[in-house]
Design a protein around this ligand. Sequence first.
Ligand SMILES: Nc1ncnc2c1ncn2[C@@H]1O[C@H](COP(=O)(O)OP(=O)(O)OP(=O)(O)O)[C@@H](O)[C@H]1O
Ligand SMILES: O=P(O)(O)OC[C@H]1O[C@](O)(CO)[C@@H](O)[C@@H]1O
Ligand SMILES: [Mg+2]
Length: 500
Amino acid sequence: MEGESKAEKKLVYGDWGYVLDDVPHLTDYLPDLPTYPNPLQDNPAYSVVKQYFVNSDDTVTQKIVVQKNSPRGIHFRRAGPRQRVYFESDEVRACIVTCGGLCPGLNTVIREIVCGLYDMYGVTKILGIEDGYKGFYARNTVTLTPKSVNDIHKRGGTILGTSRGGHDTLKIADSIEDRGINQVYIIGGDGTQKGASVIFEEIKMRGLKVAVAGIPKTIDNDIAVIDKSFGFDTAVEEAQRAINAAHVESESVENGIGLVKLMGRYSGFIAMYATLASRDVDCCLIPESPFYLEGKGGLLEYIEKRLKENGHMVIVVAEGAGQQLIAESMRTMDHADASGNKLLLDVGLWLSQKIKDHFATARKKMPINLKYIDPTYMIRAVPSNASDNVYCTLLAHSAIHGAMAGYTGFTVGPVNGRHAYIPFYNITEKQNKVVITDRMWARLLSSTNQPSFLSKKEIEEGTRKEEVPQTQLLDEGNSRANEKAEEQLEHNGPVSNGSI
Ligand SMILES: Nc1ncnc2c1ncn2[C@@H]1O[C@H](COP(=O)(O)OP(=O)(O)OP(=O)(O)O)[C@@H](O)[C@H]1O
Ligand SMILES: O=P(O)(O)OC[C@H]1O[C@](O)(CO)[C@@H](O)[C@@H]1O
Ligand SMILES: [Mg+2]
């Protein structure tokens, strides 16, 4: 595994605690690059759209819930087309790579990068890198054209293939340089964006005119700052089918229990949203909310109560939930995948067995009928739904406009509904997690009526121990720069020492 990125921050301060957390630009290290008029200016399809071009000063605020005296806080550069670009159409040699696990919508993003570059900017030289990062140096490339990608959004997976591990920065940068590639579109999760960040640093060190753009992908919705990751809605929708099946099975037998395991390694968003959407779920277990089995207030007591009340119940468990409990009850070895991600113990099977064992004891005299459904890969191997397809289009277009405008070392995504260019470190330093002290988790608890499995004191201590992550679900921003903005406002009042 390569080292972590040593990214420099470009913070620009404005009035009333305004901070622009800006992304790098090619001119930061190649100051004399020529610019050209954006070819979209002559495109009849766009000429009717008033204000199609983004004002160069437009920024997107990270914090939208504010008080009368709160500082303006962190902002990101707004995504979209600029009047002037740093590449001529026939100069562009773009490449696209997909890394990490699958996610609905990967093919749509690939399609829209190819078609967007072609239709909006007249770019015809686009290469696909096969099988993730290692494809840069271990595989041949494929030529991508609007024709070759025309139908791919209707398919799940990625036509380019993907992989974990194999990130060799120097070999990747050599490949980019040798092939004359000058725009690199990298689609992947937190690990992939860390990889993109170190590729950008290497490209910058070599002084190459190469724009590196990341498109965040994660079925787990564990990428910070952005509102939501593409494919997430599709996955939640697909998970409904498993939950429905669990419900039908459980209510058709005496003391039926339907147990569904869903993805979510460190973040339980899929389980939480699938539970909230379904309304048939009686208990949702996620990695962020510890639980225990035995004794008063434990899971087994709750199951017994629910079966007595209702005759059946549905449990949804995220794959990363209860890992500590399983490790305590089994002798386990630490295993990791090729990217260094910890391999999880199967909470679904373990929990099924624990529940069966508990109710099988003579003392209980309560025969149960448990059906375990594991749709894990089924929810991510499907094509993206309509709303994810539109979202993927916007992500692809934002990335293209940013690269054409000379921005580099950035990732794209919606922040409070507006697409923005976000420096890599914002999304690689922290993971987005469900905050169990947030109102959304309270909504879930009131929908399932499950116990929290924690005392008030434990919740408070738990959230203090781990810094609360920045998420779209929180009212309070907590990034370092936001704190800096608050400090600045407190000590100096409204000062302006930046260019905006
Ligand atoms: N710190 C890092 N530095 C450089 N490359 C990395 C780093 N972490 C991961 N990578 C590379 O990024 C690629 C994808 O990483 P990983 O398998 O962790 O998936 P991911 O992008 O996090 O996606 P997901 O976890 O959502 O499936 C791999 O090729 C891996 O080698
Ligand atoms: O089996 P794979 O491909 O490593 O993927 C499994 C992991 O990928 C994820 O879907 C993240 O992309 C996790 O939820 C899951 O643990
Ligand atoms: Mg990851």
